[in-house]
Design a protein around this ligand. Structure first.
Ligand SMILES: Nc1nc2c(ncn2[C@@H]2O[C@H](COP(=O)(O)OP(=O)(O)OP(=O)(O)O)[C@@H](O)[C@H]2O)c(=O)[nH]1
Ligand SMILES: [Mg+2]
Length: 279
């Protein structure tokens, strides 16, 4: 059963443990650390379609005040903050909304680059429970690059209002990763979300990425050969197979990044740049 966390701005502030949260025993393990996580063990990326509640989750966990509002495209650059849970530090990155890792806009490139090349320890995909079919393609794309995924099935309060129920167990089984029902604006389910993040971050043996196999052996050979060349040119770059597929498709942005070498810069781990917390 989802348990509520207090909403940001109510109760304990940034940096304080939420020890008084009687309704949410697990919330006592959370300390919102604002901009500065100090020493942290794990990086969590918040991904999802526009307007699904990513920044609302970010604010609830960090105590920051990223811009939220009821229209798509509010978050245009990544913002970073921190929290600790169970005494372990987490850096969390709020990303612009994106429908696909095959992005077409600068905002979406920001999200794509962090998800594909920033090596987050956990990717939380925040999905809109009232528009699941529109949100699942991104979940599947992320599942193809990593097994360290948690799906936050957000806006379940809206879904309830519209008489929509989602079979969370079934979805969890199909995706092979935890799916947690949340209503982030009222703090519902955030304790369960934190527990799932901890579980995925600390898992020794995460599920393998979903592999879409190409049944055409010639194509498979071409993808593998090209991926090897990309890996040789950019040795620290993860997801070279994804890059190879984009090159074969003729993705102009990726082609340019390979040509001028900037693709290699993306392989740097998620940086220590300060969060841009909108006022
Ligand atoms: N009813 C309801 N509203 C929510 C919930 N979570 C977020 N919202 C609202 O949904 C709207 C969008 O929230 P944001 O957190 O800005 O969404 P976002 O995913 O960061 O949006 P972009 O940055 O534009 O991609 C805001 O009006 C939130 O208050 C929820 O669980 N239930
Ligand atoms: Mg946002």
């Amino acid at each position: 059963m989802a348990t509520p966390l207090p909403t940001p701005g109510v109760g304990p502030g940034a940096g304080e443990a939420c020890a008084s949260c009687a309704l949410a025993p697990d919330a006592a393990r959370l300390a919102r650390l604002g901009l500065d996580p100090g020493r942290y063990s794990y990086v969590v990326a918040l991904a999802g379609n526009p307007n699904t509640g990513k920044s609302t989750v970010f604010n609830a966990l960090t105590g920051l005040r990223q811009h939220v509002g009821n229209w798509a495209g509010k978050t245009v650059a990544r913002a970073e903050g921190g929290f600790s849970y169970g005494g372990v530090g987490y850096r969390i990155v709020d990303l612009p909304g994106t429908y696909s890792l095959l992005s077409t806009s600068a905002d979406e490139d920001v999200a794509r680059d962090v998800l594909l090349f920033g090596r987050p320890d956990v990717t939380v995909v925040v999905v809109d429970a009232t528009r699941l079919e529109r949100n699942l393609p991104l979940v599947l794309q992320v599942r193809q690059i990593t097994g360290r995924v948690v799906v936050a099935l957000n806006l379940v309060d809206e879904a309830r209002r519209h008489g929509i129920t989602v079979d969370v167990r079934h979805l969890t089984r199909e995706l092979g990763v935890p799916v947690v029902a949340t209503a982030a604006r009222r703090g519902e389910g955030l304790s369960d979300l934190l527990a799932a993040i901890e579980q995925v971050a600390t898992a020794d043996d995460p599920p393998a990425p979903l592999r879409l196999t190409h049944h055409d052996p010639e194509l498979e050979r071409a993808v593998s050969a090209l991926a090897q060349q990309v890996a040789a040119r950019f040795p620290s770059l993860p997801n070279t197979r994804w890059v190879a597929l984009r090159l074969l498709e003729g993705d102009p942005g990726i082609e340019a990044a390979v040509r001028d070498g900037t693709l290699g810069d993306l392989a740097a781990p998620t940086t220590d740049t300060a969060a841009e917390a909108a006022g």
